[in-house]
Design a protein around this ligand. Structure first.
Ligand SMILES: CC(C)(COP(=O)(O)OP(=O)(O)OC[C@H]1O[C@@H](n2cnc3c(N)ncnc32)[C@H](O)[C@@H]1OP(=O)(O)O)[C@@H](O)C(=O)NCCC(=O)NCCS
Length: 214
C-alpha cells in the first residue's frame, strides 16, 4: 500500500502517484466499479486511479463520477476538477477544487523517439535539440513532451486535437532547483492560450501536469 509521490501544489490542488501492489479486492472495498473493463490488469489500473482521488482529498465523492462521450471523467457538481493516468504499476491523479487540470504518466522508452515525428512540430524540435548532446536527458525530455501533450489533451477534455498543431512547446525547457521540469506551451484550438506544463522524471517514469484557473 504505497503513495509513491505526493505534491501539494497549492492550497486547492494536489497531485499524487500510487504504486499498484494490491489485488483488485483491496480497491473494490472503496471504489465503485461502474465501467466494464474486461482486461484484469487494465481494471486494476482503472481502480487504482479512482482510489487515488479520495487518497488526495478524503471527501472526494467517487460515486458521483460521470464519464463524458469523450471518455473524460468528471463531477457534475464541479466540487473537484480531476484527471487520471496509468502506466505500468503506477496510477497518477491530480485533483483541484479551483483549477482545470490534466495529468499523464509514461514509462520512458526509446520507442518514443521513433514516433516523435507524429507528435512534435518542427518548431518544437528546436528546443528539444538543445539536449541532443545528452542522450539520456534527450530521451527523457522527448517522453516528457509526449506526456505533456497527453496531459493537455485531458485538461482540454473535448477530444479532437491535433498533437502537432494545436499544442506546441514555444520556449526553452528549464529546470527548477527541485528538479521540476518546466515546459512553456501554447494551446491553440481557437484563441491561443499560454500553458505551463510541469513535469518530473522518476527513474523510468515521466510525470507531466497542467493546471489553469477557472
Ligand atoms: C485519452 C488518452 C489521452 C488517454 O491516455 P493513455 O495514455 O491512453 O491512458 P492514461 O492511462 O494516461 O489515461 C487514461 C485516463 O484518461 C482519462 N481520459 C480518457 N479520455 C479522456 C478525455 N477525453 N479527456 C480527459 N481525460 C480522459 C480517464 O480518466 C482514463 O482513465 P480511466 O478510464 O481509468 O478513468 C489517449 O488514449 C488519447 O486518446 N490520446 C489522444 C489520441 C491522439 O490524438 N493521439 C495523437 C498522437 S500523434
Amino acid at each position: 500500500m504505497a503513495l509513491f509521490y505526493q505534491h501539494n501544489i497549492n492550497e486547492n490542488t494536489k497531485l499524487g502517484i500510487w504504486r499498484i501492489e494490491e489485488p483488485e479486492a483491496f480497491y473494490l472495498e472503496k471504489v465503485p466499479l461502474k465501467k466494464g473493463v474486461s482486461h484484469p490488469y487494465k481494471r486494476l489500473q482503472h481502480l487504482a486511479g479512482r482510489f487515488l482521488l479520495p487518497t488526495l482529498y478524503a471527501d472526494f465523492p467517487l460515486e458521483e463520477i460521470l464519464v463524458a462521450d469523450t471518455r473524460k471523467p468528471f463531477l457534475e457538481s464541479e466540487q473537484y476538477h480531476f484527471s487520471i493516468s496509468h502506466g505500468g504499476n503506477f496510477a497518477a491523479a491530480i485533483v483541484s477544487s479551483h483549477s482545470r487540470v490534466g495529468v499523464d504518466i509514461e514509462l520512458v522508452s526509446s520507442r518514443i523517439v521513433a514516433i516523435s515525428h507524429k507528435f512534435l512540430h518542427f518548431n518544437e524540435k528546436v528546443f528539444l535539440n538543445a539536449w541532443t548532446h545528452l542522450p539520456k536527458i534527450h530521451l527523457e525530455l522527448t517522453t516528457v513532451l509526449w506526456s505533456a501533450k497527453e496531459a493537455i489533451y485531458k485538461w482540454y477534455g473535448h477530444g479532437e486535437l491535433d498533437f502537432k498543431n494545436h499544442m506546441q512547446l514555444n520556449g526553452p525547457i528549464t529546470f527548477k532547483a527541485d528538479e521540476t521540469i518546466v515546459c512553456p506551451f501554447v494551446f491553440q484550438k481557437r484563441e491561443p492560450v499560454q500553458l505551463t506544463v510541469e513535469a518530473r522524471i522518476f527513474d523510468q517514469l515521466a510525470l507531466a501536469w497542467v493546471m489553469t484557473e477557472g
